[in-house]
Design a protein around this ligand. Structure first.
Ligand SMILES: Cc1cc2nc3c(=O)[nH]c(=O)nc-3n(C[C@H](O)[C@H](O)[C@H](O)COP(=O)(O)O)c2cc1C
Length: 173
C-alpha cells in the first residue's frame, strides 16, 4: 500500500480481535516510529510496547476512571493486543510535535500492514499526574522523559469509514 492510500484508508479502530501482533509487525511499527523526523534530529521519542494483558494497563484504566469516569465505556485501548506508549524528553520544546509525527507514522504503518489503530490521548491525566514518576518507572521511560501520546494497534474487529474532510480548512493565497 502506498502512503497516499494508507492516509486515505486509515480511520480509528475501536474494536479488536484477540490475535496478537507478530514480532515482524511490531518491528515494522517501531521502525516507522523511529523513522519519523524530529526537530534538529534530536530523536527524543521513546516507544514502550505494552501487551494488552499487562496489569499496568488496568492500573492506568482505573486511575483514568477515577479522574474522569469510564469514558470510553470499554477500556481505553478497546481490547487491542498491543499498546505503544510514546514518551519524550520533557526539557525539549519540540517533543510534543515530534511525538505527534511519530505516532502518525505508526498509525500509517499499521494501516499499511492491514492492522487497525487508534491514537490514545485520554490517559494523559493519570500519566502526567503526581503519579507520573511511578508510571515512568513501570513503563521504562528513559530518565527525564514523560508521557506524550499512545496508540493501540491490533487486528480490526470492526470497520469504520474515514472521517469526512472539511475543505474549508484550506486556503490558497
Ligand atoms: C491527539 C489525539 C488523541 C486522541 N485520543 C483518543 C482517545 O483517547 N480515545 C479515542 O477513542 N480516540 C482518540 N483519538 C482518535 C480521534 O478521536 C479520531 O482520530 C478522530 O475522531 C477522527 O477519526 P478517525 O481517526 O477515524 O479519522 C485521538 C486522536 C488524536 C489525534
Amino acid at each position: 500500500m502506498d502512503v497516499l492510500e494508507a492516509m486515505a484508508r486509515r480511520s480509528s479502530t475501536r474494536a479488536y480481535t484477540d490475535q496478537p501482533l507478530t514480532e515482524a509487525e511490531l518491528d515494522t511499527l517501531f521502525t516507522a516510529g523511529l523513522q519519523a523526523p524530529t526537530a534538529t534530529n534530536r530523536q527524543e521519542i521513546h516507544i514502550t510496547a505494552v501487551a494488552g494483558d499487562n496489569p499496568i494497563l488496568a492500573e492506568i484504566e482505573a486511575h483514568k476512571n477515577a479522574m474522569f469516569g469510564q469514558n470510553p465505556p470499554v477500556n481505553f485501548y478497546y481490547g487491542a493486543p498491543t499498546v505503544l506508549i510514546l514518551s519524550g524528553e520533557n526539557a525539549f520544546s519540540w517533543t510534543p510535535i515530534d511525538a505527534g509525527i511519530a505516532v502518525q507514522n505508526i498509525a500509517l504503518a499499521a494501516e499499511g500492514l492491514g492492522l487497525g489503530s487508534v491514537i490514545i490521548g485520554c490517559i494523559k491525566g493519570p500519566l502526567t499526574s503526581d503519579k507520573a514518576p511511578y508510571y515512568a518507572e513501570k513503563l521504562g521511560f528513559p530518565q527525564g522523559y514523560g508521557y506524550q501520546i499512545a496508540i493501540a494497534v491490533g487486528h480490526k474487529a470492526a470497520e469504520k469509514e474515514p472521517h469526512a474532510l472539511d475543505r474549508s480548512k484550506v486556503n490558497c493565497i
